[in-house]
Design a protein around this ligand. Sequence first.
Ligand SMILES: [Zn+2]
Length: 313
Amino acid sequence: MERPTKANTTASPTVVTAGPTSGMAKPDAGPDANGSAQAAPRIKRGVPEGLWLKCDGCQATIYRKEAEELLNVCPQCGFHWYVSAAQRIEQLLDTGTFEEWDASLRPTDPLGFRDKRPYAERLVAEQKRTGLSDAALTGTGMIRARRVAVGVTDSSFIMGSMGSVVGERLARLTERATVEKLPLIIISASGGGARMHEGILSLMQMAKVSAALARYSQAGGLFISVLTNPTMGGVAASFASLGDLCFAEPRALIGFAGPRTIKATIRVELPKGFQTSEFLLEHGFIDRIVARKDLKSEIARAIDYCARSPHAS
Ligand SMILES: [Zn+2]
């Protein structure tokens, strides 16, 4: 199959919204789906929408199916793309073993907050767009026949930020893992940290989840925190950094404030690769970098290794 020309792909950050399939050519010759006028004369054949992806890592145009077979990893440069919470569960757990917990919790708008639009409206729109009720999915399932408690945050729902529902779900997940003596796996994909739309109630979640994790730790539980691109703000500053083991996906952005903010505040040149998985591994902040295809087996291995420890309950 022929790859689309550069002109077809430049405007879209990830999904190449190229023209319709061959035989379905649109009559109009206006700007393409991206609003880009530079494509004229435009080649309008052969590429159904979303069949190609543009890699954020190497800018190459990648056949979507090929990337999906690699769990959304670029076959050219190994860049790890976004995966949704549901896809993550599918990739990590044994097929059909996931059972969601606390699905009925729903976010509210205690402050009547509005920025560009009312928070209540934004919530409904995000729910509709992502199919999630909030930015975290929690429950139980099996990893290579080992039962675990698992939580995943999804960066596509208000940047994966931690509001009351995310905090409450993760705290309850941790408490249930404590009672049921389950290994706890939390995969973070949160670019937003605490959710400003819920003000102080969001900030409280950091302490609440951390306190639940402390009790879990005292009870002898094993918490594996997996940091993915991006893990920032109040999420990085609370549960995501508290793993007995902290794994990270390659080249993930992990930190508290963004590099631009830090640079503007302290006015020094930041080191190269600052806030990447590789930099943080070198500086002892994470324990190992695990490629997505190895995550399942590495977690299973870690669980077995820790279960053999004499301190395990
Ligand atoms: Zn790439």
